[in-house]
Design a binder for this molecule. Structure first.
Ligand code: 15L
Length: 274
């Protein structure tokens, strides 16, 4: 039987990386974005929708006939509070509500390491379900995304998995990302595990590759069936030679959110002086 999966924010960074990797013969990808989506390639089983995650009618229509939603839409970096509130928080409510109204069984939510960015590195890996310690308004929105997911799972019985994504790029871009990198291949493997695992209920998992320098737990992700095949260590020598090692006691190596915990990312103060 053909399954239909809605991906919001499909033209964004992670969405673009996932489009070819989540393609399957028995699957239609319904891709939604406010921006332009590349046209369907030869034989590609996609449906292209233009729409905003903040538009209830558009999301209701997008969720019709869908087996699962992968919600990647929203701001992927820090923004003024009103934009974070409207797009990331209200937008996620809109998506979950559309999923509920349409009887969609499973929703996978893009959370972020920045939901727990102020957690300091400890002797043990930062655990699954580490209590929220957001480092920015963006991080707060990801905490809200997780909370909304819990509500829709507990109250309405949807399976909801929030993935606290580390850094999902083709390659790690700095020394911190040697710890937080989620390779595109591993991101697809995590999402496939989230789609396939039977009756997960509500879960929060870390989304990183099994990097040598990883310091967040992968226990819960592995319990859902994720098996990482990538490790950032192959890039370590080159990145360290180019950029040098950050200070041993600096934020890059000691906080989950890295430099996002610093005053350079303090949006409240910036907004107050405008
Ligand atoms: C995120 O959540 C961002 O969306 C992404 O742009 C990266 O900055 C990533 O976190 C990270 O922490 O590296």
């Amino acid at each position: 039987m053909t399954e239909r999966i809605l991906i919001t924010g499909a033209a964004g960074g992670v969405g673009t990386l996932m489009r070819p990797r989540l393609a399957a013969a028995d699957r239609v990808l319904r891709l939604l974005d406010i921006g332009e989506l590349p046209a369907a390639g030869e034989g590609e089983r996609v449906e292209l929708l233009t729409g905003s995650v903040t538009d209830q009618a558009a999301m209701d229509a997008a969720c019709a006939g869908v087996d699962a939603v992968i919600h990647l839409g929203g701001h992927s970096l820090e923004q003024p509070w009103k934009d974070i509130l409207a797009v990331n928080i209200d937008g996620t409510h809109t998506v979950l509500e559309a999923a509920r109204r349409n009887g969609v069984k499973r929703v996978i939510l893009a959370s972020s390491n920045h939901a727990a960015g102020f957690h300091r590195r400890g002797a043990e890996d930062t655990p699954d379900y580490a209590f929220p310690r957001p480092d920015t308004y963006y991080g707060v929105s990801k905490v809200a995304v997780e909370a909304l997911g819990a509500l829709y799972s507990d109250r309405y019985g949807l399976d909801v998995i929030a993935v606290r994504i580390g850094s999902c790029f083709e390659k790690p871009r700095d020394v911190r990302m040697l710890s937080t990198w989620l390779s595109p291949g591993d991101c697809a493997r995590i999402l496939e595990a989230c789609l396939a695992t039977p009756s997960p209920g509500f879960r929060v998992i870390w989304g990183v590759s099994d990097n040598t320098r990883r310091w967040v737990s992968l226990d819960e992700a592995k319990a859902l069936g994720y098996q990482s095949e990538d490790n950032s260590e192959q890039f370590a020598e080159e990145i360290i030679a180019e950029q040098g090692m950050p200070a041993a006691d600096g934020p890059e190596l000691n906080y989950v959110g890295g430099v996002w915990v610093t005053s350079a990312w303090d949006t409240a103060v910036k907004e107050a002086v405008q």
